[in-house]
Design a protein around this ligand. Structure first.
Ligand SMILES: [Zn+2]
Length: 394
């Protein structure tokens, strides 16, 4: 697990001059490396346009080329900076291009106010006796207001207008202690609400997501009406991208909150192992799956459970909605039938609630004898609670 620790550092006048000069050297290197790569990209574009080298592939300058160049042609300013710090600058340029290819903005030249940090990616730094020792810079006063945990991996120096900070990225190895399973739940993915738990509680997929989706549809329609290549179209593209980003963040946020809430409440969580693709064939269901980020929720719950020593299990979803959770008999029903009503034992409850109980039962029946003995005294809560209750998230 990675964790960042930030501390303020207090350089003296002389050190501040060196820090500023280092920042400036890094910024120039950044802009020069970026410029080289941009020129190469433009050249490739021209070659393609005029078919100059129809037999050749486009040539690209990569980060290794640029690092080699750097070593061979260091300026006197660059010689004053720790070499890995300079190499990290080239990696940043490389990353900005990779981000661009992944749909982010085109890499920009960095002005004096924008470029505000440099990084020791491996070595060249240490902390001793209230001092941060930086290679080629000196021992700077640091106040450690909290204990640093784990092993320090990288050290980044940041300038914030008139103050300086160090950010240490640490790798923490935390021993995972398996939690004692005292509470457990089965979870069904339903049509009308996001999920239904085996105690009958439900988590609704959030209204704000649907609103954002409507907005996205609206803005995309507007985009399709704009003339290609026009400035207005480019502006509209940005608007669409911003709405996209908002939805992405809202989904992630909701999945985080829901998974945290589930793990705060339960030690063992059983999901049905559904092939999302199969479900996507149903239009309504597809919408609620995408709304809720069902897959994202499961992944997040699983990874959080691992850290907490808790258990997330997947069980076969076959017939979980058709079978009666009371007597086990098969009670066939169509997708539109929302209530499970058993002619054999008389059990009547919400369809998804019945399924959630079956899901939990299925996990219980698949564990070994010790597992079953372990959970003596555990009962599936409020089996016949009638109408499902909402489960608050947030
Ligand atoms: Zn029954």
């Amino acid at each position: 697990m990675k964790k960042a620790f930030q501390f303020r550092i207090y350089p003296n006048k002389n050190q501040e001059v060196i820090l500023s000069r280092t920042l400036s050297t890094c910024r120039h290197l950044y802009n020069d490396s970026l410029s080289e790569r941009k020129k190469q990209a433009e050249l490739n574009k021209l070659k393609k346009e005029f078919d100059v080298f129809p037999w050749g592939k486009p040539e690209w300058v990569n980060k290794y080329d640029q690092m080699l160049d750097l070593t061979a042609t260091k300026t006197s300013y660059q010689k004053e900076v720790f070499s890995q710090v300079l190499q990290d600058v080239i990696k940043r340029v490389d990353k900005s291009f990779k981000n661009f290819f992944n749909g982010f903005g085109y890499p920009r030249f960095q002005g004096r106010n924008r470029y505000n940090s440099f990084t020791y990616p491996q070595m060249g730094f240490s902390i001793e006796d209230g001092k941060l020792n930086l290679s080629k810079i000196g021992n700077i006063k640091i106040i450690l207001h909290r204990e640093i945990e784990g092993k320090i991996k990288t050290c980044t120096i940041k300038k914030d207008i008139d103050q300086w900070y160090v950010s240490l990225s640490c790798e923490i190895e935390t021993p995972i202690i398996p939690a004692e399973i005292k509470t457990e739940t089965g979870i069904d993915v339903g049509l009308s609400s996001l999920i239904t738990m085996s105690n009958g509680e439900q988590i609704e997929s959030p209204e704000f997501l649907r609103e954002s989706e409507d907005k996205l549809t609206h803005e995309q329609k507007r985009l399709s009406r704009k003339k290609k290549g026009s400035g207005k179209r480019n502006k509209q593209k940005i608007i669409v991208a911003i709405v996209h980003r908002k939805i992405r963040n809202q989904r992630k946020d909701f999945a985080h909150k829901t998974s945290r809430k589930l793990l705060d409440t339960y030690d063992r969580i059983v999901f049905e192992d559904l092939q999302i693709k199969n479900m996507m064939q149903n239009h309504h269901l597809a919408k609620s799956i995408s709304d809720a980020g069902w897959n994202q929720l499961m992944i997040l719950t699983k990874s959080k459970a691992e850290c907490a020593g808790k258990v997330v299990e997947l069980v076969n979803a076959r017939n979980t909605s058709q079978n009666c959770s009371g007597c086990g008999n098969s009670v066939p029903k169509k997708l539109s039938e929302r209530v499970h009503s058993c002619p054999f034992c008389g059990l009547e409850m919400d369809r998804d609630h019945n399924a959630a109980i079956n899901i939990l039962k299925r996990a219980i029946s698949t564990v070994g004898t010790t597992g079953i003995n372990d959970r003596q005294g555990l009962s599936i809560e409020s089996r016949c609670s009638g109408t499902p209750k909402p489960f608050r998230v947030g």
